[in-house]
Design a protein around this ligand. Structure first.
Ligand SMILES: C[S@@+](CC[C@H](N)C(=O)[O-])C[C@H]1O[C@@H](n2cnc3c(N)ncnc32)[C@H](O)[C@@H]1O
Length: 350
């Protein structure tokens, strides 16, 4: 292993420490000391080059800690204790890693961070609310574990104190602009299907734990609502097919279209496609919509997704934009609904 490789790991952790100081103080403080922690450095250097990113190590450790929450390290994790220890986490972090080096090596070699952000259901709800009433067939593309296929099974608090829905999973999303609520009603969803190139099997406890492990412990609220949503998903399993959102789109739409108006949703997935592929995706959606009325609710960042139908002043936005496109008799209507938090904590209507 070259010293160049070690220098790169140290530089990456140092940069990560600087950018996460405010949002993730626990990870930031550990990252800042990577150069003095040969154990962590060697662990990272034993991983394939593409896996040597700080979030991968932190997710691997978090995952093992979630499997054994009684470990002393847990007292530093704000998501695992009500009163986190404000002292130095490094000795316990190193002790934890030292006792589990083989498992950490295996994790670093085989797994990459994966997300499924339940907060985006609040954004999808606001999008569904712009569609005509009636039965819907929900197709979520890049669905991960399928959590956002439960839009109608959650409750939503939109800042005016009003709660829509009856569920123990309550999503807070403050809304600026009119209407001040997220939606008038929950959608009437008769069919639901997810499509993902690397789906998380909802019956695989280890896969679901990995989703939780990828949330930063300092984002305790996000972690807890994800846990609650996963518990709800375990009681209400949904189908997420393995497939590509371009090549397998037609088949997926056809699988649900006879049970309601098809609503295709995308949140933070189109950015994973090269620009050419984004164009192919849109062309495929247009092709299907030429023969079948459907809608597309999207929550994506225009700076990374050139095919979004946004006004020129939003085209370079790194902020997530929420919009709805509908096709009726082959004619397309686009509407941009608002700027939003990427995890759905707020929606500022445009
Ligand atoms: C950042 S995650 C977002 C997951 C989910 N949409 C959400 O908002 O929580 C992106 C997801 O897109 C999936 N993905 C990436 N490229 C894909 C493709 N070409 N076809 C299908 N899924 C894809 C990934 O596997 C991953 O689950």
């Amino acid at each position: 292993m070259t010293s160049d490789a070690a220098a790169k790991v140290i530089a990456d952790f140092t940069a990560f420490s600087a950018t996460t100081r405010r949002r993730a103080p626990l990870y930031s403080s550990i990252s800042a000391r990577i150069a003095d922690a040969p154990l962590l450095l060697n662990l990272m250097l034993s991983a394939p080059e593409t896996a040597r990113v700080p979030v991968n190590l932190f997710a691997a450790v978090h995952d093992l800690l979630l499997a054994d929450r009684s470990d002393r390290l847990a007292r530093f994790y704000p998501n695992l204790t009500r009163h986190p220890d404000g002292g130095d986490p490094m000795p316990e972090f190193l002790a934890f890693c030292s006792a589990r080096t083989p498992q950490l090596r295996a994790s670093l070699a085989t797994r990459f961070p994966q997300t499924n952000e339940i907060g985006r259901s609040a954004l999808f709800l606001a999008g569904f609310d712009h569609l005509a009433a009636g039965p819907k067939a929900h197709l979520d593309l890049g669905a991960s574990a399928g959590l956002n296929l439960m839009v109608d099974k959650l409750a939503y608090r939109s800042g005016d104190g009003r709660v829509l829905g009856d569920s123990d999973v309550i999503l807070d999303c403050s809304v600026r602009g009119e209407p001040s609520g997220l939606a008038e009603r929950l959608p009437d969803i008769r069919a639901r299907l997810g499509l993902d190139i690397a789906p998380v099997d909802p019956s695989d406890a280890a896969g679901l734990r990995w989703l939780k492990a990828c949330v930063w412990p300092d984002q305790a609220d996000r972690f807890h609502r994800l846990e609650a949503a996963i518990a709800l998903l375990e009681r209400n399993p949904v189908e997420v097919r393995r497939g590509d959102i371009v090549d397998d789109l037609g088949e997926a739409v056809a699988a649900v279209a006879d049970r309601g108006h098809p609503v295709v949703t995308t949140s933070w997935v189109l950015c994973y496609l090269e620009s050419e592929r984004q164009l192919s995706w849109l062309a495929e959606l247009e092709r299907i919509a030429a023969g079948l009325d459907l809608s597309w609710v999207w929550a994506e960042a225009p700076a990374q997704v050139g095919v979004l139908p946004v006004a020129p002043q939003l085209a370079a936005s790194h902020t997530t934009i929420l919009g709805v496109s509908t096709w009726r008799d082959g004619v397309r209507f686009d509407r941009t609904l608002g700027r939003c938090h990427q995890h759905g904590y707020w929606l500022h209507r445009l």
